[in-house]
Design a protein around this ligand. Sequence first.
Ligand code: FAD
Length: 380
Amino acid sequence: METLHKDVVVVGLGAFGSAALWRLAHRGVDVAGVERQAIGHHLGSSHGQTRLFRIACQEHPGLPPIALKTLALWTSLGEQTGETLVRQTGCLSTGAPDSRPVRGSLEAAAAAGVPVSSLSHDELIARQPQYAGLAPGDVAVWDPGAGICYPERNVRAHVAAARALGADVYPHTMVTGIEADDDGVTVRTPTVALRAAQVVVAAGAWLGTLVPGLPLRPRRTPMYWFAPRDPASRDFTLARFPAFIWRRENGDGLWGHGSDEDFGVKVGLDRDEPQEAVDPEELDRYIHPGRDIDELSSVVAAAFPGLDPRPAKVIPCMVTDSADGQFVVGRVPGRSRLVVAGGDSGHGFKHAAGIGELLAQLVTGEDPYCAVDFLDPGRF
Ligand SMILES: Cc1cc2nc3c(=O)[nH]c(=O)nc-3n(C[C@H](O)[C@H](O)[C@H](O)COP(=O)(O)OP(=O)(O)OC[C@H]3O[C@@H](n4cnc5c(N)ncnc54)[C@H](O)[C@@H]3O)c2cc1C
């Protein structure tokens, strides 16, 4: 079998890997990317047309600089290609004043100097008459720079940009082994071996299989789209029903956004209870009308009575949780030629380009543009 020599190989061209490929190629690095599926496919974690884009990220005060870097990179790439990679129509983080969406968004905004505004209970009701079942104390934080972004489109845009800058891309090519030695790393596939000084592994739900020892748990997470009960209603356009996360009084976490594009209103449900880990190779891709739909339908009926509570479309997806809910980005302890990016924990897409930039800086020895300790694989 032929062995090709590159400076860097990126394994997995989903959100993080495609961005790393682009940012490495941008620096003139001789880089190849290997992806087992088509580019922008629907079998990993980066499909389903949209993702929420938030800047005042409730998940960690260290995240806003990565979201802002992503915004800058996507805006510039979109200007070059003529595509919309992010739409900034704002996001409402709703719940009790000490709930994670409200407190976490305010803390992240304060830490990073991100402009947000607070809505009182009455202001929230006046602004979002689509919401029902707000608790008496519920308030909201408005993140005006937030909105939605586009997973398949943006992954394809990263890869197209990388190719134009000279990156080699191997779609439909499954990596079967990654072998590091003192002189370099060999990435094995059924058709080609690639030898490089460093390898970035961004294999999403499969990261724990390719790089054992990381505390990662993939889980099955279907995505749901709904239609207004009244087909003529304009209450659920993106402008009138912008991106939201809402921690309800009973602890349920709702998220989603309205739509004026050729897809429906997206609504999802998060529960804090532990979820079953899955083997991504064996993911159940069937949608079970009972357990997959009934629960969310009843929550949607109570929270957004203007929507038909039976989803118009459901498709499976996967989230890969890390042990602390933050991404895992950096060198693997004891395996210095291996850099990983994964553990998306359900909130990674909005940071994809910024993570790609951090990966490129790490590989080329540049100083990172923001603090990265909270993402270091060595923290566990
Ligand atoms: C339902 C749902 C809702 C979400 N909502 C949001 C949101 O609103 N906002 C947000 O920011 N994030 C959100 N996320 C999270 C976001 O989608 C993920 O953070 C992101 O897609 C993870 O990207 P990744 O690069 O880690 O994985 P992926 O994009 O899945 O990329 C991994 C790639 O590696 C490839 N691969 C695996 N094994 C191999 C191999 N052996 N050889 C070659 N290639 C391989 C896979 O085929 C895949 O293409 C959501 C996720 C889900 C599931």
